[in-house]
Design a protein around this ligand. Structure first.
Ligand code: ADP
Ligand code: MG
Length: 279
């Protein structure tokens, strides 16, 4: 290769800010000169290095922005530990069609059964596929909405949470919620209704939502939106956190708190299309 051509390539890479390609250029050119790779392979090599490096950076930033750290993956999920869980169903969800269809996925089950892990892993898969994702606990979400309302920025905050293609709301049911908080969450759910997908995790059955949200009217309105176009995944198993201490835990704690099935959806003039567990 002539000097002027390599100089021009170098200048172009600098101009295009292709840092990674710039780093590997000399090595690629050496291999080309030694006849180890073809010219086509050299071009492929440079572009591929640059692309992978940028993609890695994009995913890293997006995972942090989405608050999906610590990272969990489906590969690291031990399905044999949770026999009540249908692996194929989770793998089907990982195809991410539920996001394109703006559906709501519910993970229900006792503490430690992998609800947050699965929700995060699906979020990570979505980020890798280029989707915008945001994850928060219900308490964090409501705190942020309460603060925004106090500061006169509620509409803006709701727009922010409504923007992500997938919103993950973790830990519904652990902490009590004020009626003001429940109302704000309803406004957010309503803003996303049929526009964006959600994953919700909860240790409480739907029948207990009146109690969780401290208000049966808001709970019914929430469930109405959140069970329409919904996929419900119920996990009935032992806590992974406690797996090595099972013998130390009293039987009444080890036994899973039963989770009630969804109540019949309240009618709002059109038939509900809630999809059952085994679809
Ligand atoms: P939950 O949200 O249901 O309370 P988590 O998803 O937070 O439970 O799981 C608790 C911990 O155990 C996490 O560190 C998670 O990664 C891990 N974990 C849970 N279930 C499994 C599993 N089946 N395979 C591998 N790790 C698991
Ligand atoms: Mg959790």
């Amino acid at each position: 290769m002539t000097v002027s051509a390599t100089t021009r390539i170098r200048e172009s890479l600098i101009g295009l800010r292709m840092t990674r390609a710039m780093e590997v250029l000399d090595h690629t050119l050496q291999r080309l000169e030694k006849g180890e790779i073809s010219a086509l392979e050299a071009v492929d090599d440079l572009l591929n290095e640059e692309y992978s490096s940028r993609e890695g950076r994009r995913v890293g930033v997006a995972l942090t922005t989405a608050r999906l750290t610590p990272i969990k993956t489906l590969e690291s999920f031990d399905f044999s530990f949770q026999p009540s869980l249908d692996r194929n169903r989770i793998m089907a969800l990982a195809q991410l069609e539920f996001i394109n269809r703006s559906e709501v996925v519910h993970f229900l089950g006792p503490p430690g059964t992998g609800k947050s892990h699965l929700a995060t892993a699906l979020g990570v898969a979505a980020v890798k596929a280029g989707k915008s994702v945001y994850r928060a606990t219900l308490a964090e979400l409501i705190d942020a909405l309460v603060k925004a309302e106090r500061e006169g920025r509620l509409a803006e905050k709701i727009r922010f949470y409504a923007r992500a293609a997938l919103l993950i709301v973790d830990e519904i049911g652990y902490l009590p919620i004020s009626s003001g908080g429940a109302n704000l969450f309803f406004q957010l759910v309503n803003a996303r209704y049929e526009k964006g997908a959600m994953i919700l995790t909860s240790n409480r059955g739907f029948a207990e939502w009146a109690d969780v949200f401290g208000d049966p009217v808001v709970a019914t309105a929430l469930l109405d939106r959140l069970l329409h176009h919904a996929v419900v995944v119920q996990i009935e198993g032992a806590s992974y956190r406690l797996r090595s201490h099972a013998d130390l835990i009293p039987e009444h704690v080890r036994a899973n708190a039963p989770i009630s099935p969804p109540p019949p959806p309240k009618k709002r003039g059109r038939p509900a299309k809630t999809r059952s567990n085994d679809e």
